[in-house]
Design a protein around this ligand. Structure first.
Ligand code: SF4
Length: 441
């Protein structure tokens, strides 16, 4: 019997890129290709790249180089694929280059090199598609591209303007994932709160019910599925207020991942972000009054061109006042093609790094205090890993891979993907320690 063609796959970058990889792999499996876990066994290798910052570009170029050395037949796709000249300059021998979110183009390139098997093995494909995340959580991409033009970012150049997926299609995928065992849906996009803007909030139907293509309607419908629903990349538009009641009532997780990037008005304007620090602080207070369990995650950029010491201090003061739970911080790094590169006042590397370290010192103390305040409380956690010595789980405030964990010492008869109730007994700067409530070891 003829062996099915084997495709090796390397997926780099953010969860949004991971979703693209899952779509490509699902389509390959549906066409009868097999996925090879090693370079050796693969007939060719697809590298799904990231081009968000220069470090990611380097990582992507290195990964292409490694795949060429180890296998020799390489097709490149993903964000960096939008800059074919740069890839070809470093690696002229790649077979083909396609851009981000160009599923048909990457499949065509694979078909040209490795004809698809005659018999499609559609029955090999699980109805939920191929997922690269562990079985009990999955990323759900609701749109592609972005209508903003933040000066430090080239995603709109690489991925284009916002294109929202139809609500019924997103719900169908979510339902299939949950039926396949997924217990947590991580909603991702470039700009989750803008969902539906491009379709003028088109009316749609889900299970006979009329809904509009809006994040609130989508979140409410997702909240009816028996799974946690966690929202990422929520830009702080006013209508985000409408999501808080869904969190307070337990339909979706009381968790908002909201990239704020800075707090000083001039810097925000230079970044081309909405400048509304006071309003953000007021809204955070209001949200917390309405939903006291709310966990807020954000990301910031320090050392942006022209950022003065006073502007940076204003950001630290904002942090102290906002008391965010989880925060990521990047020292500004110029991205080839970003308009921010033309701004005057570029700061030396050591100032950018010093500011990042000072920022993290302030925030680590806040995060540690907020975690310590949870000691003695009870919460439902989702088990991620089970080993002989402990369970590794996550609470409603912990997104996988980016936030903390809840460690439950001991040996327990449980499986990943199970929910249990625990009492928090300790806290470190990032993680919580807990014991199960009413559960025998
Ligand atoms: S909101 Fe800004 S940072 Fe985010 S993808 Fe759009 S342009 Fe880039």
């Amino acid at each position: 019997m003829q062996k099915e063609p084997q495709i090796g796959f390397v997926s780099l970058g953010c969860p949004k890129n991971l979703v693209d990889s899952e779509v490509i792999l699902s389509r390959l499996r549906a066409e009868g290709y097999q996925i090879s876990p090693s370079y050796d066994g693969a007939d060719l290798v697809v590298v799904n790249t990231c081009g968000f910052i220069d470090a990611a570009v380097e990582e992507s170029l290195d990964a292409i180089g490694e795949a060429l050395r180890e296998n020799g037949r390489v097709i490149v796709t993903g964000c960096l694929g939008g800059d074919e000249a740069r890839i070809r300059a470093a690696h002229p021998q790649v077979l083909a280059v396609t851009g981000a979110h160009t599923y048909d183009a990457v499949l065509e390139a694979i078909h040209a090199e490795l004809p698809r098997p005659h018999e499609p093995f559609a029955n090999l494909l699980p109805s939920s598609g191929v997922k690269l995340t562990p079985r009990h959580y999955a990323y759900l991409k609701i749109s592609e591209g972005c209508n903003h033009r933040c000066s430090f970012c080239i995603i709109p150049q690489l991925r284009g303007d916002l294109v929202s997926r139809p609500l019924a299609e997103v719900m169908g995928e979510a339902q299939r994932l949950v039926e396949a065992g997924v217990r947590e849906l991580l909603v991702v996009s470039q700009d989750t709160s803008a969902y539906g803007l491009d379709t003028k909030y088109r009316p749609d139907f889900w299970q006979g019910r009329p809904l509009t293509t809006r994040i609130r309607d989508l979140a409410a419908a997702l909240g009816e599925l028996p799974a946690w629903v966690r929202l990422h990349y929520v830009y702080p538009y006013p209508h985000v207020d409408d999501l808080i009641p869904l969190m307070a009532e337990g339909h979706i997780l009381p968790y908002l991942d909201m990239p704020l990037q800075h707090a000083n008005q001039r810097v925000l304007q230079a970044m081309k972000r909405p400048a509304a620090k006071e309003r953000v602080l007021q809204r955070i207070q209001r949200w917390r009054a309405e939903c006291p369990e709310l966990v807020l995650r954000s990301t910031f950029i320090v050392g942006f061109p022209g950022e003065t010491e006073a502007e940076f201090e204003e950001l630290l003061a904002f942090l102290r006042e906002a008391q965010l739970d989880r925060v990521g911080c990047f020292a500004y790094s110029p991205v080839a093609g970003a308009t921010a590169n033309q701004l005057p006042g570029a700061l030396p590397d050591e100032i950018r790094e010093q500011r990042r370290a000072r920022f993290m010192e302030v925030q680590s103390a806040i995060s540690a205090e907020r975690l310590a305040a949870k000691i003695g409380s009870e919460m439902i956690v989702l088990v991620d890993e089970v080993n002989e010595k402990q369970l590794v789980a996550r609470g409603p405030g912990d997104a996988p891979e980016i936030d903390g964990r809840v460690i439950i010492p001991g040996s327990w008869e449980l499986d990943p993907g199970e929910f249990i109730e625990v009492r928090i007994t300790g806290a470190t700067a990032h993680d919580l320690k807990a014991e199960p409530v009413d559960f025998e070891e």
